[in-house]
Design a protein around this ligand. Structure first.
Ligand code: FAD
Length: 305
């Protein structure tokens, strides 16, 4: 099988890229093996015309609309590796090898919540990352922000911003982050409470967060906990040895998202901390358009079209 473009990952970035490339008459294979990054989320918010839609429904609508483009095909195999070079890539799956002129990586990121007892089970429901995605539904409840080592720079502005959604905000530093006096003063002035003791576990009731337990046994009642745990690239991306930025995101130029390997492009969460479904979809279109220009020039010059 030979395709113009194989897109790896069928989240918002990959689906939008498939639409753009499909409409540009390229032969496209979109491979998605799941699970999606927001698998635990029941509803997706802050996406124009789709506020409150289930993430699976967004994907289903996109696939339904893509089905009208006969030059776009779907694969459900996990891509295990990518070899070859610009113009002649081999995409390896458990079912066989697929040829591709270009690759577009839209594989998202893998979240790695810290090993605090009880936390992983609540990830994506009442332990979440983004107040723009989840804040409205839990406004004025008891909010916490869990600071993780290395997060000091954005801690004060981010936690203070949470006050826009709730009067009851606590910053838990878990004894892992040392806040300077100036930061503490800013938080105090904004009415943000500070807990600096180590966290022993989080407690749930009826499947939702109920409290954060601190060293010594004291419990702080909490309905929702925000945090930004470390993220890593999926294995197939790691194996490509692409240039990454200091935070581990694939390094690309915004308007020409080709990676450090010629012919391999990337779009969506795997390239940025600015992570939201609509941003990933927009990045998917940009990458598809840049890739399409460059690929069409080559195809035309070589007399293929
Ligand atoms: C819990 C949670 C809730 C969220 N809620 C919201 C919200 O309400 N609103 C919002 O705008 N954003 C939300 N987000 C962020 C949003 O989900 C992401 O920004 C968005 O999904 C990123 O899209 P993407 O296409 O880059 O990657 P993803 O959506 O992560 O899609 C990547 C896809 O690639 C597939 N894949 C990976 N490796 C391979 C491989 N080797 N072979 C084949 N397929 C592969 C994965 O299975 C996955 O389906 C949430 C995130 C989380 C974690």
């Amino acid at each position: 099988m030979q395709f113009d473009v194989v897109i790896v990952g069928g989240g918002p970035a990959g689906l939008q890229a498939a639409l753009t490339l499909g409409r540009a008459r390229k032969r496209v294979l979109l491979c998605d093996a799941g699970p999606r990054r927001n698998a635990a989320a029941v509803h997706m918010h802050n996406f124009l015309t789709r506020d409150g839609t289930a993430p699976a429904e967004l994907r289903a609508i996109a696939r339904q609309q893509l089905a009208t483009y006969s030059n776009v095909e779907f694969g459900s195999s996990a891509i295990t590796s990518i070899t070859g070079a610009r113009g002649a890539f081999q995409v390896h799956t458990p079912e066989g090898v697929i040829g591709a002129r270009r690759i577009l990586l839209c594989t998202g990121m893998v979240d790695e919540p810290p090993p605090i007892e009880g936390l992983r089970e609540l990830w994506g429901t009442s332990v979440v990352q983004c107040p723009y995605c989840h804040g409205w539904e839990v406004q004025d409840r008891r909010w916490g922000y869990l600071a993780l080592p290395g997060a000091a720079a954005h801690l004060v502005p981010f936690t203070t911003m949470l006050r826009g959604w709730s009067r009851d905000v606590t910053l838990f530093t878990g004894a892992a982050v040392d806040l300077p006096a100036e930061g503490r003063a800013t938080l105090a002035a904004a009415g943000v409470k500070l807990e600096t003791a180590a966290i022993t576990r989080v407690l749930a009731q009826d499947g939702r967060l109920a409290a954060v337990e601190l060293a010594g046994g004291r419990r702080v009642a909490c309905d929702v906990l925000f945090s930004h745990p470390p993220q890593r690239q999926v294995d197939v991306v790691r194996a490509l040895g692409l240039a990454l930025d200091p935070e581990g995101f694939v390094r690309v130029e915004p308007l020409r998202p080709e990676t450090s390997v010629p012919g391999i492009y990337a779009a969506g969460d795997l390239t940025t901390r600015g992570q939201a479904a609509i941003l990933a979809a927009a990045a998917g279109m940009l990458a598809a358009a840049a890739l399409n220009t460059e690929l069409t020039m080559q195809l035309a010059a070589e007399g293929h079209i």
